[in-house]
Design a protein around this ligand. Structure first.
Ligand code: PRP
Length: 184
């Protein structure tokens, strides 16, 4: 789906398909270089990171293994609750592994903060983070992802994996949702 298909629901397109893909290629090149001598496990955080994982992994030029974790903190609203639930755990053992957690968005940071503490107790050789989007103004806990796609303003965005009430994940762009859609 394109932003043009739902013009009345979108205030503006923040990131085009081309901008997203170009940045993913840059980050992938950096990750290829940084992990040239180690086997990398990339961990996608469902469901938001599905699109980033699929495209980012294909931009990489090295072998990686892929695993998935499903956590939830939002319910169906637009604010993080800080209450994180594991809906699906990893299949992989992290002992001795180099791990890169892939996220769609770092908003308040509560989800990632919890996740990093949880994964940090599993014996990995290293754990780093790649988030496609980061909202510096919304961050409430100190988290320093090694790789960031884009810093964006503190507005509610959807698309490219990000949802509102489970819709808009299949939007090709990252777009600002019209507040009328969520009663804002
Ligand atoms: C979203 C997003 C991050 C988290 C970021 O996930 O994918 O995991 O919220 O918010 P925070 O930094 O304020 O914690 P969500 O819980 O909405 O689940 P989803 O990925 O299935 O959409």
């Amino acid at each position: 789906m394109d932003a043009d298909n739902v013009p009345s629901e979108i205030v503006e397109t923040l990131l085009t398909e081309e901008q997203i893909q170009a940045r993913l290629a840059e980050v992938a090149a950096q990750v290829d270089a940084d992990y040239a001598t180690s086997d990398l496990l990339i961990v996608g955080v469902l469901k938001g990171a599905t699109m980033v994982m699929a495209d980012f992994a294909r931009h990489l030029r090295s072998h990686v293994t892929m695993d998935w974790m499903a956590v939830s903190s939002y319910g169906s609203g637009t604010q993080s609750s800080g209450v994180v639930r594991i809906l699906k755990d990893l299949d992989s053992d992290l002992v001795g592994r180099h791990v890169l957690v892939v996220e769609d968005i770092l908003d308040t940071g509560l989800t990632l903060s919890w996740l990093l503490r949880n994964l940090g107790s599993r014996g990995a050789a290293s754990i780093e983070v790649f988030t496609l989007l980061r909202k510096p103004e919304a961050l409430t806990v100190p988290i320093n992802p090694r790789y960031v796609g884009f810093d964006i303003p503190n507005v509610f965005v959807v698309g490219y994996g990000l949802d509102y009430d489970e819709r808009y994940r299949n939007l090709r762009q990252v777009a600002v949702l019209d507040p009328r859609v969520y009663g804002g």
